[in-house]
Design a protein around this ligand. Structure first.
Ligand SMILES: [Fe+2]
Length: 470
């Protein structure tokens, strides 16, 4: 049983740090020059009101900058509309994933109709072009930030006329086509799944494909191979009317409907045509890992849970009570592009989440290594994992009372092997009561260096490393 020294990771952090040099223990590689930018929830209460779910907390940005062998840390709240309204009223001002505003009936969808929808970019931070670093949540309201100062610059203004209420904070970048792909849902009398593409630097999406649905599935990410976009509809579905009228928080309008199974739709990136529809038995996933085409099939890796109870497990009350996470396993699906059934196999028996690959090189192409945070002791995420998908045995890093977040892969310059580089992960040291940035050799999973931050950094979700951005 894991200790529950991780509970500090679910507490509000009020301190903002303009920039402080941290002391290295160990020696990071000399080529590590750039910045790790991350986002995550950091404020869980406002006045007498409190958010209910890990995904709800107000976003804080964190930056570790590497230059000349030194590391500097800064953190700052995202000055989103959510944050400003909530601080001003000293009460939760907008509906979130699993928390509605106090005393108001409504949902994310209903509030969208009044123009008051979440822009709490606590899920991911990435570039939408050379001049637009954005913090994202699962609504179409990216917030622009200054990647150097963490200052909030304002909303990312769409120049197109596409209307949707939810999207993913996991857009894909196709480096060959130089296009950003994303998935969104437009709820209405006719509800549409929509894949879009956008050139970096543009503010205009165009439609790749639209698919009508009467029971939209909760979709946190999607798959992308070199030629295809892949939608996996897990059987956690809502109905637009229920979303609009139930008065429940957004995610609580979704129902687990295992009889639907998982429905895969494979779409041609160029034509938008549906190339294949196929089904598999029920499971749930937040995170696709990667997808690629091999022997006439789409090979698609994701972290699969038996059902959607992982969402329930991430309510703050349960997390703070030390409840264990449900089992989530790295799972491979093969979806024939022609006829034939979908096959699936579990690639590792270790519960894992927040998966990353060498994305720059291998997005949409065959990968061998998946790095993630694992739960080896049956509690919260307590180790970092390197999974060689060609063998069943994972390599791990762990330390007593230490709880790591997502491992971001930073590739060595002129790297040969796929795993030549380091992993950057923010780890909560439950014993010391502080978090540190851990630098692991991504090939060997051995520690290269660590640098303690001045405080606990609440558990975040995603971030990225930007070379030469310090
Ligand atoms: Fe995510």
């Amino acid at each position: 049983m894991t200790s529950i020294g991780y509970l500090a990771g679910f507490e509000t952090l009020d301190t903002e740090t303009p920039g402080v040099e941290l002391a290295w223990q160990g020696t990071p590689p000399a080529w590590l020059n750039g910045a790790l930018l991350r986002t995550g929830p950091a404020k869980f209460e406002a006045g007498a009101t409190a958010y209910r779910h890990w995904f709800d907390g107000l976003a804080m940005l964190h930056r570790f900058a590497f230059a000349g062998g030194k590391v500097r840390y800064a953190n700052r709240f995202l000055q989103s509309g959510d944050y400003r309204d909530t601080v001003k009223h000293n009460a939760i001002a907008r509906d979130e994933f699993a928390t509605n505003r106090a005393g108001l009936l409504g949902s994310l969808f209903a509030t969208r109709l009044t123009g008051n929808s979440s822009d709490n970019g606590n899920v991911n931070v990435l570039p939408y072009g050379e001049h637009d670093m954005v913090a994202l949540t699962e609504t179409p309201y990216p917030v622009r930030i200054d990647a150097k100062t963490l200052e909030t610059l304002g909303p990312f203004a769409w120049a197109d006329r596409l209307d949707c209420q939810v999207t993913t904070a996991h857009p894909h970048y196709d480096a060959t086509r130089q296009l950003i792909y994303n998935f969104e849902i437009s709820f209405g009398r006719k509800t549409l799944y929509r894949f879009t593409r956008m050139a970096p630097g543009s503010h205009s999406r165009s439609v790749v494909a639209e698919i009508e649905t009467s029971e939209p599935a909760y979709t946190h990410s999607f798959g992308m191979s070199e030629r295809h976009l892949i939608l996996a509809e897990f059987p956690l579905v809502t109905k637009p009317l229920r979303l609009l009228l139930s008065g429940r928080p957004f995610i609580e309008t979704y129902r687990w409907s295992p009889e639907r199974g998982v429905r895969f739709t494979v779409i041609d990136k160029e034509t938008g045509a549906i190339v294949r529809r196929a089904e598999a038995g029920p499971c749930f996933s937040f995170h696709h890992v990667n997808a690629y085409e091999e022997d006439g099939a789409i090979v698609l890796d994701l972290v699969a849970f038996k059902d959607a109870r992982i969402i329930d497990a991430l309510y703050l009350a349960g997390l703070r009570a030390g409840n264990a996470l449900p089992e989530g396993l790295l799972t491979r699906f093969a979806i024939p592009l022609g006829e034939g059934p979908v096959t699936q196999k579990v690639l590792s028996s270790l519960t894992t989440e927040l998966p990353r690959i060498n994305y720059r090189r291998l997005a949409g192409r065959r990968h061998r290594y998946v790095w993630s945070a694992g739960a080896a002791s049956g509690g919260f995420l307590d180790c970092l994992v390197k999974q060689d998908v060609e063998t069943a045995k994972p390599a791990t890093w762990s330390e007593k009372d230490c709880f790591p977040g997502e491992p971001v892969f930073a590739e060595a310059p002129n790297a040969g092997a796929e795993d030549e580089g380091v992993l950057l992960s923010v780890v909560l040291d439950g014993e010391k009561g502080r978090s540190f940035l851990l630098v692991l050799d991504a090939a060997t999973m051995q520690e290269r260096a660590r640098a303690y931050a001045p405080h606990v950094i609440p558990f975040g979700f995603h971030g990225n490393y930007f070379a030469n951005a310090a």
